[in-house]
Design a binder for this molecule. Structure first.
Ligand code: SF4
Ligand code: SF4
Length: 252
């Protein structure tokens, strides 16, 4: 994946357009000429529509997620050009590491929380402009062009998954357009997925050897994620709310 240092407004807008169309916005990911990294059978061509035949999801093994590890957060920040401004309460954060402690046993679990890519997303229900939307393949996104920054979606999200962009942005990544005065959240690295890849957080976790994150198609009974969910079971956070998240947690 190229690590673009800066981009012109024209380049950002062009990528924004292609990204919103669900096209393969990113350059094809290569490790050498002609050698594709992560190209999966589910990769779509740019002119193919996104369909509900696929539902992308994550399975998180909390027992493999170490308390002091922030590889997924760091990978996300780098991929999308998210920078802190020394204001943790308002800095854009697409993944948070949280710690759960069992009050009885004292047992501690550390886990990443990002947009849960809900099947029934409250953020979409409350958005007055249609900026908050769900793709047919289950990925929940914000259209920066029509987001008016009202922040209703931030209030509606039960998972506190969304951030408001307060600052002027520089050095934007062309594959991950952002905008001051708009709201944003985890895109599940849609630019990578459309090119047949995996989210940056999953890749970063794999690099550590922890293998705590599994990405895949929840609609495919033979995918690794579906197989593990069937064999082992897992929990959706606040499943009582009826949002049916696409993110599952094992071990909580
Ligand atoms: S986790 Fe929050 S931002 Fe993501 S789809 Fe659900 S309600 Fe929307
Ligand atoms: S902040 Fe943007 S995406 Fe969120 S509800 Fe308002 S217009 Fe919709």
């Amino acid at each position: 994946m190229s690590d673009t240092k800066s981009s012109t407004p024209g380049a950002v807008n062009e990528n924004r357009r292609r990204w919103l169309q669900g096209g393969a916005a990113a350059a094809m990911i290569t490790v050498a000429p002609g050698v594709l990294l992560w190209r999966s059978p589910a990769a779509r061509e740019a002119d193919q529509a996104v369909t509900s035949a696929v539902r992308w999801g994550l399975l998180i093994y909390t027992s493999r997620c170490e308390e002091n590890c922030s590889a997924c957060v760091d990978g996300c920040n780098q991929e999308h050009g998210l920078k802190g401004h020394g204001r943790p309460q308002t800095d854009a954060q697409w993944i948070r590491k949280i710690t759960l402690r069992d009050p009885t046993s004292g047992h501690v679990r550390s886990l990443p929380v990002m947009c849960q890519h809900c099947e029934h997303p409250p953020c979409v229900d409350v958005c007055p402009t249609g900026a908050s939307f769900k793709r047919a393949d289950g990925i929940v996104l914000v259209d920066k062009h029509i987001c008016i920054g009202c922040r209703y979606c931030m209030m509606a999200c039960p998972y506190k998954a969304r951030s408001f962009v307060h600052e002027e942005l520089t050095d934007q990544k062309p594959h991950s357009p952002r905008g001051k005065g708009t709201v944003e959240s985890c895109t599940l690295c849609v630019h990578r997925i459309d090119a047949g890849g995996i989210p940056a957080c999953v890749e970063a976790c794999e690099r550590t050897g922890h293998q705590a994150l599994v990405f895949g198609d929840l609609n495919d009974p033979d995918s690794l994620i579906s197989t593990k969910l069937r064999e082992l079971g897992a929990t959706q956070i606040r499943d009582d709310l009826g949002t049916n998240p696409g993110v599952y947690y094992r071990g909580i």
